[in-house]
Write a protein that binds this ligand. Structure first.
Ligand code: AMP
Ligand code: MG
Length: 476
């Protein structure tokens, strides 16, 4: 450990292991965080700390979350990876993230503990390795909201400010986010191994991924791929069910654990429109709401390409296997999408016309510019103006044995009352970033921690955004 980094007491409950560091050398690079001037805690996720087996009171030490002090047993490293960014292949790597290790929880689960914004790494290229407070709080807010919505996601343990400024569009307060993830293995990690061309390394990565995330997928690499595809299909369906737009579904931002990762330009859709895009750089709508399933399949095709040498020694046969696997995505996505949409409409049984019924509602929403979340919320509360579609829906409900109260219960569990509304997110970020006022942030986090609480009528948290042409930004 270098002189500049202090060690911290072990009473905090750290139990760090380093399985990723045992992968071949090419996958990582040892690097320490660069200490910052004045670490200051902005937000600490106490329930998450407890779930990780960490003592939140002992943890209330901004130095650790700024990278100024290392938790006992930490062996910091940056991960190597590549990725297709907007369909262009690039060598990337953790340019502004450092993995401290894997926390082993009291129930023997393993979670990456990663600092985002802790200073340069060998992969930083021309970047400063730093992050600004606004975007780190944004990741904290949205990832924790996704978790509460029941959507697999990386989580946020803490955000600290650094006492230093970063220069983006102007000068902004610098910050470090501590990200907690099932792992940080990406599609791009496989692309990196494939591009280097060392089959032994690729195989080591695939075996590691299988053991860490898919212990049940024992039938070889095709079975592993199938299991990965299944989890991605389920994940993207869940995004669609809540109107989540990831915004930058590059292959380096797709985690093989099946968790949502990398909250840059993401945002939730207000008015239902499949063409909705918030990201300032997504001019052609590659990552638009309605295009997300297609892009997930495209990314999985890049994964299959990288895994070709593992599917078969003969390239032609390997490609045939890969094509067969990738072609299953549409059916698997549709399966998960339909299942979730049925619950949103209170449907317990399955009928072949359900897809048309759902589509008719979506078409109506698009034509009338209806708010996605509030339409389902109003249906749940029985307070949407009856329209032609209602008739079909109530007839459909009558053809299942469940009672009205069963239907309402299911709908309340499936349709959030509260999502991170863009105007509320911006309000919280501006107050924190520009005025040092954390009250709007704390209030928003409290509301978003219980998204299915239909007993509260908090109008300002459920109103659609009035921000015209809302824009979000990458890598800030
Ligand atoms: P992202 O758009 O956040 O997925 O980032 C894409 C790539 O750019 C990743 O390899 C990041 O590590 C890298 N990157 C983003 N911002 C910075 C920064 N400020 N300094 C160094 N690398 C960065
Ligand atoms: Mg990324």
């Amino acid at each position: 450990m270098p002189d500049s980094l202090e060690s911290t007491s072990s009473t905090a409950g750290w139990r760090l292991d380093h399985s990723y560091a045992r992968l071949p050398q090419s996958f990582h690079s040892r690097v320490d965080p660069t200490p910052v001037r004045e670490p200051k805690m902005v937000v600490l996720n106490r329930p998450l700390a407890e779930a990780l087996g960490l003592n939140a009171d002992e943890l209330n030490d901004a130095a650790v979350f700024a990278g100024n002090a290392l938790p006992p047993g930490a062996e910091p490293l940056a991960q190597a990876y590549a990725g297709h960014q907007y369909a262009h292949f690039t060598m990337l790597g953790d340019g502004r993230a450092i993995l401290l290790g894997e926390q082993i929880t009291p129930s023997s689960e393993r979670f990456d503990i990663q600092l985002k914004g802790p200073g340069p790494t060998p992969f930083s290229r021309r970047g400063d390795g730093r992050a600004a407070l606004g975007p780190m709080l944004r990741e904290y807010i949205i990832s924790e909201a996704m978790h509460a919505l029941g959507i697999p996601t990386t989580r946020s343990l803490a955000v600290v400010t650094t006492g230093e400024n970063v220069f983006r569009q102007g000068s902004q307060p610098g910050a470090v986010l501590t990200r907690v993830a099932a792992s940080h293995i990406r599609v791009g990690t496989f692309e990196y191994a494939a591009a280097r061309g060392e089959k032994a390394d690729l195989q080591a990565l695939a075996d590691y991924t299988q053991q860490r995330h898919y212990p049940e997928a024992e039938g070889g690499y095709a079975a592993l791929f199938e299991a990965i595809l299944e989890r991605q299909a389920a994940l993207i369906a869940k995004w669609m069910h809540v109107g989540f737009i990831h915004g930058v579904m590059n292959t380096d931002n797709m985690a093989l654990s099946g968790e949502t990762i990398d909250y840059g330009p993401c945002a939730f859709m207000d008015v239902y429109d499949p063409a909705t895009v918030f990201s300032s750089i997504d001019r052609n709508g590659r990552y638009a709401y309605g295009n997300q399933p297609h892009i997930a399949q495209w990314n999985l095709a890049r994964l299959a390409e990288a895994m070709l040498p593992l599917f078969h020694d003969d390239e032609k046969q390997a490609i045939e296997i890969a094509n067969g696997l990738i072609s299953r995505f549409e059916e698997r996505f549709l399966h998960h999408w339909l299942a979730g949409m049925r619950t949103k409409l209170g449907l317990f049984t399955e009928e072949s016309e359900d897809k048309d019924l759902i589509q008719a509602l979506l078409d109506w929403m698009r034509d009338t510019k209806a708010d996605f979340t509030n339409t389902f919320r109003d249906l749940t509360h029985g307070r949407l103006e009856p329209m032609e579609w209602h008739q079909q829906w109530s007839e459909r409900l009558k053809r299942q044995p469940q009672s009205t109260s069963d239907v309402t219960d299911l709908m309340r569990r499936s349709n959030p009352a509260f999502i991170p509304r863009n105007h509320k997110v911006e309000e919280a970020l501006t107050a924190a970033s520009d005025h040092g006022d954390l009250n709007p942030l704390q209030r928003l986090l409290t509301v978003l921690a219980a998204p299915f609480d239909h007993t509260q009528d908090l109008a300002e948290f459920s109103e659609p955004s009035e921000l015209d042409s809302y824009q979000t930004f990458c890598g800030t």
